[in-house]
Each structure stands twice: as C-alpha cells, then as structure tokens.
Ligand binder design. Sequence first.
Ligand SMILES: Cc1cc2nc3c(=O)[nH]c(=O)nc-3n(C[C@H](O)[C@H](O)[C@H](O)COP(=O)(O)OP(=O)(O)OC[C@H]3O[C@@H](n4cnc5c(N)ncnc54)[C@H](O)[C@@H]3O)c2cc1C
Length: 468
Amino acid sequence: MVKSGCKNAKLFFAEPLLGKVISSPFLCIPGNIFRKFEQIMFQDEYDIAVIGAGPAGLMAAIESHESSRKILILEKMHNPALKLRISGKGRCNITNDAELKDFISHFGKNGRFLKYAFSEFCNTDLLKYFKKLGVQFKLERGGRYFTQNDNAMNVAKALLDKARSLKILLSTNSEVMGITRPSKGKFTLTVNKKNPAGNRNTQRIQINTDKIVLATGGKSYPRTGSSGGGYKLSSQLGHTITPLSPSLVPVETRGDSAKRLQGLSLKHVKAEVWCKNKKVDERFGEMLFTDSGLSGPIILSLSKTIVNLINDKQKVVISIDLKPALDHKRVDQRLLREIDEHSKQGFKRLLGRLLPAKLVPLFAEKLNIPEEKRLNQITSEERKRLKLLLKDFQFEVTGYRSFDNAIVTCGGVCIKEIDPQTMESRLVKGLYFAGELIDIDADTGGFNLQAAFSTGWIAGRATRFSSQ
Ligand SMILES: Cc1cc2nc3c(=O)[nH]c(=O)nc-3n(C[C@H](O)[C@H](O)[C@H](O)COP(=O)(O)OP(=O)(O)OC[C@H]3O[C@@H](n4cnc5c(N)ncnc54)[C@H](O)[C@@H]3O)c2cc1C
C-alpha cells in the first residue's frame, strides 16, 4: 500500500525530443531535449527502486529488468543523466582501451575492488553494448573512446530509450530523502516530489520496494544533481563513508604567472609534484593555465596526490618540464646552436622559437633578460638560467578548487562493506550500490564512466539472481 500523502502523485517518463535544442538556464549545455512523455500513478509497491538516473542508475535499472518486475527509477532533477550529458566536454569519453591490469591501476589502491566487475563487463563489452543501442565510439589519443559524432546526448538518450522500451518507470523531480526498513521487511522510501513547474507544491510520498540500488553519484558538480545526499542515505542505513574530497580538480597557485598565461594550453609537457625536496608524482601530456592556477588532463590526474598533500598541510610545488624529450645537456646544445646561428637576433626571437608566444614576455621577465638583448651578448650564466627554467618552470600550490569544479569525488561508501561480485551491501540485504557513490575514483581517460557502467551492470544483474 502506498503510504502517500497524495494519491494523485504523478510519474513522468522523460522522452528525448529530437531536433529541439533549447539552451538550459540551469547548465551551460545544449540542454533540454527531454519532455514529458506519459503520466501514470505511483503504484503500491515496486520490486526494485533505483535511486539516481545517472549512468550507473540507468544501467542498473536496465540490467535488473525481467518482464514480471516493477522497476522504478527516482531522479531528483527535472532532467536525468545531466552529468553524463556534459561528460568529456559534451563528447563523452566513455571508456579507455587500456588492458585490464592497467585499467585497474588508474583507480589507485581501491582499484582491486573493481577487478571482478571489470572482468565481467569492461571496455569492449561496454562498446558492444552501446553499439547494440545504436551508439558508436571512436578511439582517440591516450586510448580514450569518445562518441563517434562528438555528442554525449546520444549516450543518455540511448539508455533512456532502452529503459522506456523495457517499461521501466522514471520519476523525475523526485528526491529520495530517507530510507527505512523494518527488519527483513520491504524498504520504505520517503520521496520529495517537486512540481515540475518549480519548487512549490512539493509532495512527500512514501514508496515501498523489495530492493534498492543506490546510484546517487558523488558530491562534485552539484548542479548536475549529485550533491552528496546519497552519502547521508547510506549512513542512515549503517554504512561508513570514507573522508570525501574533490578529485580531478584544478589547483590554485601563488602569484600571477598562471593568470597571465590564462587560456594557454601546453601539449607534450611533463608536470612533476614536489614535496619536501622529493618528487612525489609526475604525468606527461597536456595542461592548461587558468585565472587562478593550473588545470588540464595531467594536472587533474595529479590533483589527487596534491589534494592529499595540501590536506596534510604540506608545501607542494609543481614543476613543469617544457622540453621533456631533451635532457639538460641536449637543451643546452640546442640553445648554443640557436645562439650561434642567429647571433644578431634579439633574445625575444630566441624565446619565440622555443616557446608559445604567451610565455615569451613572462620568461624574459622571470630571467631578467631584456627582450631586445642580442644573442651574441647572452652570457653562459644567462643561458644556464634559461635552460633551467625550460626544464623546471615552478608553481607553488596554494590550494585546490571546490567540489563545484571537481570532476569526481574521492571517498564514499566504504568498499569493505560492499560485495564486489554483486555490489550488494554486506550490512543490509537487498541494498545495492553503483557508481561514484562508492569509494572509487580514477584518473581522467574514461575510467570513471566505465566504473559507473560496470558497477551498475553488476548491481542490476545481481538483483535478478538474489533470492531476497
Ligand atoms: C564536467 C564533467 C565531465 C566528466 N567527463 C567524464 C568523461 O568524459 N569520462 C569519464 O569517465 N568520466 C567523466 N566524468 C565523471 C563521470 O561523469 C561520473 O563519474 C559519472 O557520471 C558518475 O556516474 P553516477 O551514475 O555514479 O553518478 P551521476 O552521474 O552523478 O548521477 C547520479 C544521479 O543521482 C541523482 N540523485 C542524487 N541524489 C538523489 C536523491 N537523493 N534522490 C534521487 N536522485 C538523486 C542525481 O541528480 C544524478 O542524476 C565527468 C564529470 C564531470 C563533472
């Protein structure tokens, strides 16, 4: 029986409206392609309630499907899968072509928890899965798979179409506020159902269900809906939440150098993290200067290490090697050759041949060498300083950006309390977890979405095979 304060509560299934792109006031993405499709009454009881319509929740719902089952997805936002739709700058970097061992290593020490899930359903399986749903992907640099037509919307649409074809119900504007369960009975969910027209007239509804898949995401980019409420629900049910911090997050640096270089993207550079005169971590690839510091793929990947050190109150320096293919001796040889061949030119011209234009004035200033100084007047000491700056362009880290700007959340539901073969809680029978809510997070490169899909796949299937 529905213990609802409102028996006329409505359910909406959102259907993509093709061809119509309305810019959303909520997020800067080509946005609201979803419209109201059908209205039905909340039913008394469900076999499965999936909380959260992100990649993990949608996958879990689809994979939990059996014709006799009543499956309900509850999504707090007006539109489902918002984060998925902006992933990979709107192109969706869905997975990576790394081999299993390498794949797992991108998750750090908690990667072992995903070994079973990835051995059952990993990158090639995911690509085949979406091919069947009509979405194809292309391989790019760094083993990253992006949507063939550079449109993440298609991934969300394919999942929603599939769920709809299976008659899975999706109720948007429905935030789960609490979960209770008398021992061994059904779970009761307390849901705040907003009026789609706005926040007014919110109705409080109670729904009963045999099983739950919690797929509420992390705390990062809260404007997409994942604002950390799932941690509260998990701890209400007795689960431990490991400390949460933003990960894959831009870092802030001292001084105005980054700001002066804002917007400049560097390819094929190496960034090293230094603490207490020791190199702690390093990455090679692409980075970006922002108004307050550093970002871009290699910095985001290093950010987990940096955030931990900053939280430990350590002094952290990022050293950028602008010529990682050349050792110090080779850089010096190159400088000597340049000076010899263009001895009458000014220092600025030399810098222009070595660096992107935006870096030239800053380098001249940092080296305290006039831009117009002729190369045949450059001293060996000045040449040495230039060589060092090219190999060791330093930025002191002062902090990192908040969850608002983080790609993922580090920390979450403790993996020791989840069975990795089913994603079922070891504490509460019938409760399953999927996606970023779990204490797993990875480097950039498509690993995080693969983890969301793989854990969703495992959880969904496990709900079919468990006796409870
Ligand atoms: C800007 C950006 C770009 C990214 N790009 C990539 C990429 O290209 N490749 C990659 O691998 N990863 C990427 N990520 C990370 C990836 O998108 C996430 O790891 C992934 O979406 C997590 O999936 P999820 O289903 O666990 O959670 P989410 O996608 O966060 O979905 C959770 C859903 O649950 C809903 N919800 C939350 N609480 C409740 C509640 N109480 N009741 C009902 N519903 C609730 C939320 O509204 C949300 O819709 C990106 C992240 C960001 C922020």
